[in-house]
Write a protein that binds this ligand. Structure first.
Ligand code: IDP
Ligand code: MG
Length: 155
C-alpha cells in the first residue's frame, strides 16, 4: 500500500473517437490524481522502446502505425496502489474479452484499438513515466479531497 504513480496513454483510437474527456473523467471519478498530462506525437523510436516486448511480432508494424495515427494523451496518475487499480480499470488487452465495467470492456471491440495503455508493474511504471514525462512535468500538489478519498491510515 502507498501512493504510487502510473502511466496511462490515451491511444489514437480514443482521440479519433472523441473519447479523451470521457476516459479522463473515468480516472478522475475514481479518485486518481492527475499528476501530469500532455499530448504528444509518438514516433518509431519511442514505440520500439515502449513496446520492446512486441517488436518481433507480426502485428508490430500495424500496432506502431496505429499508435502514430494521431497524437496520444499521456497521463501520470497517482493514487494508493494506482498501478494495479488502473490495470484493473483498463481490463484485459482484448476489448472483446474484457468485462463490461472495464474501460476496454465498455469502449473497445478490438485486440489492438483498446483505448488505453496502462503500466503493468512498479518497474515498468517508473521506466514509462520517465519515457513520456520530464521530471518537471510531473506535479506534486495534493488534492484537498484526500480525506474523502481515503481513510487517514490508507495513504
Ligand atoms: P497490454 O496493453 O494489455 O499491456 P500488451 O501485451 O503489452 O498488452 O500489448 C501492448 C499492445 O499491443 C496492446 O494494448 C494492443 O494494442 C497491442 N496488441 C497486443 N497483442 C496484439 C495482437 O495480437 N494483435 C494486435 N495488437 C496487439
Ligand atoms: Mg503491456
Amino acid at each position: 500500500m502507498g501512493l504510487e504513480k502510473t502511466l496511462v496513454l490515451l491511444k489514437p483510437c480514443t482521440v479519433n473517437r472523441g473519447l479523451i474527456g470521457e476516459i479522463i473523467g473515468i480516472f478522475e471519478k475514481k479518485g486518481l490524481r492527475i499528476a501530469g498530462m500532455k499530448m504528444m506525437q509518438l514516433d518509431d523510436a519511442i514505440l520500439e522502446e515502449h513496446y520492446a516486448h512486441l517488436v518481433g511480432r507480426p502485428f508490430f508494424p500495424g500496432l506502431k502505425r496505429s499508435m502514430m495515427a494521431t497524437p496520444v494523451v499521456a497521463l501520470a496518475l497517482e493514487g494508493v496502489d494506482a498501478i494495479e487499480v488502473v490495470r484493473q480499470m483498463a481490463g484485459p488487452t482484448n476489448g472483446r474479452k474484457a468485462l463490461p465495467g472495464t474501460i476496454r470492456g465498455d469502449y473497445s471491440v478490438s485486440g489492438q484499438q483498446n483505448i488505453v495503455h496502462a503500466s503493468d508493474g512498479p518497474e515498468t511504471a517508473k521506466a514509462e513515466l520517465a519515457r513520456f514525462f520530464k521530471p518537471e512535468e510531473i506535479l506534486e500538489y495534493s488534492l484537498c479531497t484526500m480525506g474523502s478519498l481515503y481513510a487517514s491510515d490508507e495513504y
